[in-house]
Design a protein. Structure first.
Length: 246
């Protein structure tokens, strides 16, 4: 009887741990990427071990919502497809087999940010976050954390997280000699207040980023998680892709 109770407690403990570690993300990552009419292709030169990968999409066709005014950028408003315009509208596009084989990238998250996001003096305008992930959507589903608010993981350190998946958001791989982030551009710095569940800690050229009114070049973001590089993210305002060419 005692053995049976012990086994029952062990099973219950394991179930509790698994349930906690694999808790659902607080938002849907999948969406409907078909609205962007996406496609991908890749050309590989096996003599030089180089490739050119291309992802095409049609931004106007997606008909993403824009905030109608300052009142739209509040949590109380639900005018952006039934949710606040402060929240992102996410759409997963699975890359082709050949593209995955040669690049190591698995899928693209076409993630629309109607109101922009912090830091607002840099990124506070409607823009597309084009997350290009090295892991699968199923793996992303498991990357939960203790949340500070509807947007980011509680910070500033590992101590604020109660699960293994949550703690890994604050494990960053750095070069022992230079202190720079491993496998990221030398100019990239991360902020502990940028850990987004299902994604990672965000890093970019913080000192070199233009003010939002002068945002006239795509910005490269790198995503960090568990000491590794999770994604590469070109980020750009909607006007960059608002023409009639894919």
């Amino acid at each position: 009887m005692i053995l049976q109770q012990a086994i029952s407690l062990l099973v219950l403990s394991l179930f509790t741990y698994i349930h906690t570690a694999n808790a659902d993300l607080p938002f849907d990552i999948y969406g409907d990427s078909k609205r962007l009419d996406p496609s991908d292709s890749i050309k590989v030169d096996k003599r030089t071990c180089t490739y050119t990968g291309t992802v095409e999409f049609n931004f106007p066709k997606a008909e993403f919502p824009f905030p109608s005014g300052a009142d739209s950028c509040t949590m109380e408003d639900t005018s952006c497809e039934g949710q606040s315009c402060l929240l992102e509208i996410r759409n997963v596009y699975d890359l082709g087999k050949k593209f995955r084989k040669y690049t190591g990238f698995d899928h693209v998250g076409f993630d629309w940010s109607p109101c922009g996001h912090p830091p607002l003096d840099k990124f506070g305008k409607p823009h597309l976050n084009m997350h290009i992930f090295r892991i699968t959507p199923k793996q992303r589903e498991k990357l939960s954390c203790d949340m500070l608010n509807p947007f980011i993981c509680t910070f500033p350190s590992i101590a604020e997280q109660t699960t293994v998946t949550g703690k890994k958001y604050f494990v960053v791989g750095v070069d022992a000699e230079t202190g720079k982030i491993v496998n990221a551009p030398d100019t990239h710095e991360y902020g502990v207040d940028t850990a987004v569940p299902g994604e990672g800690l965000h890093a970019w050229n913080v000192t070199g980023a233009a003010d939002v009114e002068d945002w006239d070049e795509p910005i490269l973001i790198t995503g960090l998680y568990g000491g590794g590089l999770q994604f590469w993210e070109p980020m750009f305002p909607s006007e960059f892709v608002s023409g009639d060419v894919r």
